[in-house]
Design a protein around this ligand. Structure first.
Ligand SMILES: C[S@@+](CC[C@H](N)C(=O)[O-])C[C@H]1O[C@@H](n2cnc3c(N)ncnc32)[C@H](O)[C@@H]1O
Length: 343
């Protein structure tokens, strides 16, 4: 390759990274404008879509040009736009909707934090508290009810991607009760209980999250008679005795606090109880690696948290006093560590 050509491809590669905020903003704007819902089965022009969503036709044409270049919507060759798999996944009514996950990844309050990533890297600490005066979860639940709803829905959409496969993989022989620690809205727990009618479960999470849990596990819901809701703080205690404790995407804090969460469960558990950690390894090979790294940086910025390496999570399990029996992949981005409380 000539040096002029390699300089050019270097520049375009780097600029693609430097301008990637435009990608995130364009995908968010598609959702907030309601484009995925405005476009139906028939192709529609930019002008028709602009009328439907109340936008400037020329500006919308420019947004659509960017989006189609990422594979979100496509042109039909006659100047109109049609859905792609990605644009359909942005619809609220899509069976595999990722709409709220996309909104959560692109929340406007994040943009100013990203600009301070270098500060976080210098100090090793989050910058959220300095910017907003309170720690993230407290601020989210007391000041930003809309963002909190988006968070809960996003977690549910993300979890849907792996809940069914996880429900099949969990080591449930001899297990009567399962505690989902930091279980969010209870989607994993509900999926597991639906597949295993003999199981009972505890859903532990922060009070505001449990209050908005999946309708199936709430009083009156079809699984409610088998579920106990446990609002609380797992950094303080895990006040339930279960045969299997699940920690899925909940150890995103530093090593010491991760160990504390597991130890709190160990304190309540009987010897031999199973402990299953499901998380992304930030150093895993394959397509999930870039995603895990991006989540890792976001966690550093917002909560001073992290995605751990495989060795890091194994060390956490060991420091909590667990006996680790094995590690296996759940899907392209998640792994599962199987452990028990020593007899
Ligand atoms: C990334 S989400 C994972 C949710 C769920 N386990 C899943 O995989 O869908 C992290 C969860 O941990 C909960 N959480 C954070 N800090 C907590 C704490 N101190 N005590 C209990 N739950 C907590 C959050 O409310 C959230 O639901």
């Amino acid at each position: 390759m000539s040096s002029a050509k390699s300089a050019e491809s270097l520049a375009s590669g780097l600029l693609e990274h430097a301008l990637s905020a435009a990608r995130a903003a364009a995908v968010r704007a598609a959702v907030t404008l309601g484009l995925p819902e405005a476009l139906g089965d028939a192709p529609a022009t930019a002008e028709e879509l602009a009328t439907a969503v109340g936008a400037d036709p020329a500006a919308l044409r420019r947004l659509l040009r960017a989006l189609t270049s990422y594979g979100v919507f496509a042109e039909d060759g006659e100047g109109a736009f049609v859905h792609t798999e990605m644009s359909l996944a942005l619809r609220e009514d899509s069976p595999h909707s990722l709409k709220h996950l996309v909104l959560w990844c692109t929340e406007p309050w994040l943009w100013s934090l990203w600009g301070r990533l270098d500060e976080s890297v210098r100090t090793g600490n989050e910058v959220f508290t300095q910017e907003h005066g309170r720690k993230f979860y407290e601020h989210l639940h007391t000041q930003w009810p809309e963002s909190a709803k988006t968070f809960d829905r996003a977690m549910t959409q993300q979890t849907k991607l792996s809940a069914a496969v996880l429900a099949d993989l969990l080591p449930l022989s001899g297990v009567d009760t399962i505690a989902d620690v930091g279980g969010g809205q209870g989607l994993v727990l509900a999926t597991v209980l639906e597949r295993h009618p003999e199981l009972r479960g505890f859903l532990l999470d922060l009070p505001d999250v449990v209050a908005h849990a999946d309708a199936r596990v709430h009083p009156g819901g079809e699984l409610a008679h088998r579920v106990q809701l446990v609002p609380g703080d797992c950094l303080q205690e895990v006040p339930v005795q279960a045969d299997l404790y699940l920690f899925k995407n909940i150890l995103g804090v530093d090593e010491d606090r991760s160990v504390l969460i597991l130890r709190n469960a160990v304190k309540a558990a009987r010897p031999g109880a199973r402990m299953v950690i499901v998380d992304n390894f930030v150093d895993a090979d394959g397509p999930g690696q870039q995603l895990a790294s991006a989540m890792d940086l976001r966690m550093l910025l917002v909560i001073g948290g992290q995605k751990h390496t495989r060795a890091g999570l194994l060390k956490i399990a060991e420091r909590a006093g667990l006996t680790v029996h094995g590690v296996r992949p759940v899907d392209s981005s998640l792994h599962m560590i199987e452990a028990t409380v020593p007899e």
